[in-house]
Design a protein around this ligand. Structure first.
Ligand SMILES: [Zn+2]
Ligand SMILES: [Zn+2]
Length: 123
């Protein structure tokens, strides 16, 4: 059994799959559901407006979009930017163009190295 401190409430818990304890995992899920519903019903609100209405930080909202959990709405246009070229995007970290460029770069890199080890790039 792997006992760790929950990063959210600092309680000791047995870590299985979730990085947070059961109580916090549930609380986090409830927050996300609230945000998800709100964004769906209010597609014309900007990212800071949604953050305020749902009582979450803009950082957390941005993380949801980066993780692909929610898509940036019309109202959020320009609030989420490609991490490479600053083009407005709907979800993830990079725009289509930069994803293609990065993938190409990775392919070229792989060609160069004869031994490719278990190496994963997350967007
Ligand atoms: Zn916790
Ligand atoms: Zn880009």
């Amino acid at each position: 059994m792997n006992l760790v401190n929950c990063p959210r409430c600092k309680l000791m818990f047995a870590k299985k799959y979730n990085p947070l304890c059961d109580t916090c995992t549930k609380a986090e899920e409830e927050i996300f559901e609230k945000v998800y519903e709100y964004v769906r019903e209010n597609p014309n609100q900007s990212l800071p407006q949604v953050a305020e209405a749902c009582e979450v930080t803009t950082k957390r909202l941005l993380q949801y979009v980066r993780d692909g959990k929610i898509e940036a709405t019309n109202g959020m246009n320009g609030d989420v930017l490609c991490s490479q070229c600053q083009t407005p995007i709907k979800k993830g970290r990079m725009c289509e163009k930069c994803i293609v460029e990065t993938n190409t770069a990775i392919k070229l890199m792989k060609k160069d190295t004869s031994q490719s080890v278990g190496y994963h790039i997350r967007y």
